[in-house]
Design a protein around this ligand. Sequence first.
Ligand SMILES: *Cc1c(COP(=O)(O)O)cnc(C)c1O
Length: 387
Amino acid sequence: MTIKEIDKEYIANTYARFPLCLVSGKGSLVKDDEGKEYIDLGTGIAVNTFGYSDDLWIGAINEQLNCLQHTSNLYYSEPCAKLARMLCERTGMKKVFFSNSGAEANECAIKVARKYGELNKGAEYTTIITLKDSFHGRTLTTLAATGQDVFHKDFLPLTDGFVYAEPNNLEDVKSLLKENKCCAVMFEVVQGEGGVRALDADFLTGLEELAKQEDILLVADEVQCGNGRSGELYAYMNYGITPDVVSTAKGLAGGLPLGATLLGEKVKDVLGAGMHGSTFGGNPICSAAALNVLSRIDDKLLADVKKKSRYIFDELNGSKGIISVSGLGLMIGIETERPAAEIIEECRNNGVLVIKAKQKIRLLPALNIETELLEKAVKIIKEACAG
Ligand SMILES: *Cc1c(COP(=O)(O)O)cnc(C)c1O
């Protein structure tokens, strides 16, 4: 049997895969099982921050592999302690809870928000406002947080206590705040799965103001837009706002599973011993990988992300067959005249891997993609869009 046949036979039917079996890669190039090479602008959905099999990243992992691979959270361990310190020093947040995925990072954020509501406002203040078109994960609670009915319908009843506001509509948030006993508002600074949309600056600063007035938490889901992708370390930093809770995962460890929930001053002590946990959370290998990734997301790299972003926007805006270009940094959505699926296929045939978000083409290149490869890929995308 071929790999595709074994996969179809034995793996649950939850994924509609592209007809491609990837076997090896280096940087922004990846090869399939027929030896064909592609420029990858998907990075495993914003995960491979420095592309495939990056040498420095492998070095950091190998070093840790030769010490120990796992301790459990019953013991102290250096990599996760140092990673937590680095995350706090670079964000101004005060404490970190580590998990293994974006959904879990958000579960922790939701638990913190509910506990904060109970402690500071009263036991009935449990409702969290999220946004329509958001995506917060696949657990039953993070599905409930996700403001898209298509994700809800198969698994009712979901966790109670979420209401959904129109993105960029502060009045909508205000009326939900009046109608419900709320403890938090949670949002992606750049909506990813919902169509690569950066929220308006006015809306975000308005949310921050409202959160202060109403004593509710400002929770930023930076699972996809975080870790340098927006051109700042975390996307909220583009807007000068200060969330109380920041969740992240995807690109944090550059290709190993790691989630982190960063807790600001107001909530740093909301969780106590025994209230939350994760067997693998803060695993030494994943933490060592993340220390490597984070330490390399410096001002120089971020300036480069912004420069590459401008290049892509300039090339694609107004190009034939392209209706609009959205997003921030190296998280870009392209609305096209032709169906996205056709363009994705054509790009693939011409050696470029891109992915979808709703009806848009989504680009999430490695932060260190070589200019030459980026230029080549953009040219192929433009040609495909032009039809
Ligand atoms: C991918 C994603 C999640 C879920 O992350 P998993 O690691 O798949 O659990 C949550 N929020 C956002 C914004 C995401 O893009």
